[in-house]
Design a protein around this ligand. Sequence first.
Ligand code: GDP
Ligand code: IMO
Ligand code: MG
Length: 451
Amino acid sequence: MTDDRTTSPDNDAPGRTPHTAVVGLQWGDEGKGKIVDLLTGRHDVIVRYNGGANAGHTVVVGDQRYALHLIPAGILYPDKLCVIGNGVVVDPAMLIEEMEALRARGIEIASNLCISDRAHVVMPYHKEHDAALEAVLASHVSHDGDLSIGTTKRGIGPAYADKVHRSTAIRMGDLADEDRLRRKLRVICSIRSAELAALGVQAPPLDPDALAHQYAAYGLRLLSHITDTTYLLHDCLREERSILFEGANACLLDIDHGTYPYVTSSNCSALGIPAGTGVPGRNIEQVLGIMKAYTTRVGEGPFPTEQDNAIGERIRKRGHEYGTTTNRPRRCGWLDLVAVRYSSMICGVTGLACMLLDVMSGFDELKLCTHYRLGDGTLSERFIPDAHRLSQIEAVYETLPGWSQEIDDATDRAALPENAQRYLQRIEQVVGVPIEIVSVGPERTQTVVEV
Ligand code: GDP
Ligand code: IMO
Ligand code: MG
């Protein structure tokens, strides 16, 4: 096994590395895991601030492939502190499973993993509710199609809904007191059993005592990791330890700024960082926006540049575009720069990482969407963060010449085929942000770093 987990090309940089956010600028799966792993060497602390096990972040190191769902991708480095912030919704059963799977592969998980006592717990009834509601919505077809979102069924929406409901929510810190948990679950389970039955779930009523026992046991196993991560992160800031924020999901799935209602249930743009960690926005010094050289989407919702044809199929095949979490085939299409420019604006992006450029080798021509044509025929440079209105527009493209060479061993941007360089330059021009990293393969080494 080739394993250079502990080596980092950038460990010797002088001074503190700026606190940096890594955020997805499209509909997820842009390659955030690869970039977090790549940058971890320069940082001291890696923090998840949103989402839950709906995320699937892949890191490839030599012949080893890691798929991380709840644990920050920095965990592969034993000397880094990994934090699951208060904005994350944690499924303790899945977290323990993920920890054990990593330990079985030789990854150390001890005091290097901290979990916020205020992170909300995803309970089994959240997952049942998620699946049951999707099934009900899928069976109600309107003229817009059905209303299901195509969720990951990881209970994300119902868990965040309970957070907003307040009295029916359970936080990681609540798992320590089984008696209190049992009393709370007795009320919650009576409500949830009725709701699940109303959604058509045919199952015995939830058993609050058994659930309290099971989840208190999870709490006990996780006890040494559960802490006040807000004070912990502020201690890190004071000690000049460099923080890397690992966004899950992506800007166009943001509950406020994405293609609502076909979004996830958290603020997964960079705007979610302060609320999801307790670290003020002014402490985030750099924001690296992660984008694919094309566009993909999993689940339902509008996708103006989708290629439901041989072009999309070619991208899916070359990019192995199947979900890390659900294994669903991803929808594929041309790069939508209207969307990327919008996400860069929302996230305050200071630099771009253009991922999976290798997938675009071999096309005679490539298309870049630079404008939308609205219903009245006018051209607009503005994204439309509303699913219904976005589904009415037509993507307007520029056509660029493609390149035939494979580029997966490129190490230098200047050595890329001329048309690949042109493609990157045009992205920079339209988005107005420099590309700092070009990725040409899943491995750490298949990366062209410009800064
Ligand atoms: P994330 O959710 O943003 O971390 O992305 P995923 O891990 O879900 O999906 C990205 C996929 O692309 C993973 O399988 C990565 O190993 C792979 N990947 C990342 N960068 C590149 C690249 O530059 N080229 C190719 N061919 N694959 C890449
Ligand atoms: P990473 O971090 C891709 C999508 C789901 C669905 C919608 C709502 O790997 O990029 P949810 O289960 O969150 O209620 O589903 O959001 N979605 C993602 N798509 N990558 C992700 O995460 C996603 N997280 C959520 O497919 O359309
Ligand atoms: Mg993913």
